[in-house]
Design a protein around this ligand. Structure first.
Ligand SMILES: C[S@@+](CC[C@H](N)C(=O)[O-])C[C@H]1O[C@@H](n2cnc3c(N)ncnc32)[C@H](O)[C@@H]1O
Length: 351
């Protein structure tokens, strides 16, 4: 395993990697369907300092996320990143908390209510953490085990060669951004095939593999950093253009291409391959109830177009963490009714 003393990043174990790929929101994630991580168990292989992993856990409604990297010093940095992201997040003085305060209830919440609005990331400037230090993370029995930051953990492992405990539970989504070149150059064609096979084996039926492969022409620069990589490169027969057919032979369905993003040498495609079968996600009971509520609200609301035009004052709202839908309750001409507003990350529809 790469130790913190490794000076040559032969696994692509760059420190300060996200200073080279600067953005608050990762543009690769932004290409993906907005519900891909909702209620999902997610593995981020080659998570580096955990920026992408933190975003999935914080902003995409994932149930449980684990980031794994071969370099233990990067994993230490990833845990620090988790704390920073938590410290910059909008404080949880939300509608739910306010309601509890209003009614004077002293009952402690075990799981966050589905009515809790998603808290804004990057609410505080980074200088706050520099100046005042990190904020303490409340225990999971108050905040909820499947809410950021408790839904996120990191592990050090060479994931091609070793299992981690979370693998046994299997995942709904495995993310592998900018890692195939490093596995390929270090372990050859066999390691790459073993990597794809392992991903297939740890995915649930209906699960999804999200891949950002590096182009073949970028291998030349990478192999120059180490004699062993140079020797290994001579033996490689597989090219990134072959990945899709190899994945097909392993059992994945056809790849969906979500476009290309990134600047300069980081301009790469993001592809998605699925394992056949019905997706089973760990959706909380509360969220299920909430989803049912929306279907009923829809049924009640949709035929009553006249009423919707006559909206008066909003009398309340509901927002589900996982599904990103929002319903606004209005009082109307024929008594209280609902106006349902669906707000997704990529589109907003007012009905
Ligand atoms: C170029 S970085 C990509 C980081 C991140 N996935 C992203 O794109 O934002 C590749 C990462 O993969 C890790 N890595 C390489 N081989 C690995 C292996 N066999 N198991 C786990 N991590 C590995 C490296 O340490 C490095 O942090």
């Amino acid at each position: 395993m790469a130790s913190s003393s490794s000076t040559v990043p032969i696994y692509g174990n760059y420190h300060g990697y996200y200073a080279k790929r600067p953005s608050v929101r990762d543009p690769r994630l932004a290409l993906l369907p907005s519900t891909i991580f909702s209620g999902a168990r997610v593995l981020d292989v080659g998570c580096n300092e955990g920026w992408v992993t933190c975003e999935i856990a914080q902003s995409w409604g994932a149930h449980k996320v684990v980031g794994v990297d071969i370099d233990e010093s990067l994993i230490r940095a990833a845990w620090r990143r988790r704390r920073t992201v938590w410290s910059l997040q909008q404080p949880a003085m939300d509608e739910d908390a306010l309601r509890v305060a209003d009614t004077g209830s002293r009952k402690r919440r075990r799981e966050p209510s589905p009515a809790t609005p998603r808290l804004q990331p990057d609410y505080f400037p980074l200088s706050c953490e520099h100046e005042f230090g990190s904020l303490p993370v409340p225990p999971s029995d108050i905040r909820g085990r499947h809410v950021f930051p408790h839904n996120l953990s990191f592990r050090t492992a060479d994931w091609v060669a070793t299992r981690i405990p979370e693998d046994a539970e299997r995942y709904n989504v495995v993310v592998a951004f900018s890692i195939t070149k490093w596995i390929h150059l270090n372990g050859g064609d066999e390691a790459l095939k073993a990597f794809f096979q392992r991903i297939f084996d740890v995915l649930e039926p209906g699960g999804t593999f999200v891949l950002e492969p590096q182009a073949w022409d970028t291998y030349a620069k990478a192999k120059r950093m180490d004699e062993r990589l140079k020797e290994n490169a001579k033996t490689l027969k597989i090219r990134p253009d072959d990945f899709e057919s190899i994945l097909g032979l392993i059992g994945f369905g056809p790849a969906q291409h979500f476009g290309v993003t990134g600047e300069g040498g980081f301009r790469r495609p993001v592809d998605l391959c699925s394992v056949e079968g019905e997706a089973k996600k760990d959706v909380d009971l509360a969220n299920l109830l909430c989803r049912s509520f929306f279907i009923i609200a829809f049924a009640i609301t949709f035929p009553r177009q006249d009423d919707m035009k006559m909206t008066n004052h909003p009398i309340g709202f509901l927002h589900t963490g996982t599904f990103r839908e929002r319903a606004t309750f209005y009082s109307g001409r024929r008594g209280p009714h609902h106006r349902v507003r669906l707000a997704r990350k990529d589109a907003t529809a007012v009905i």
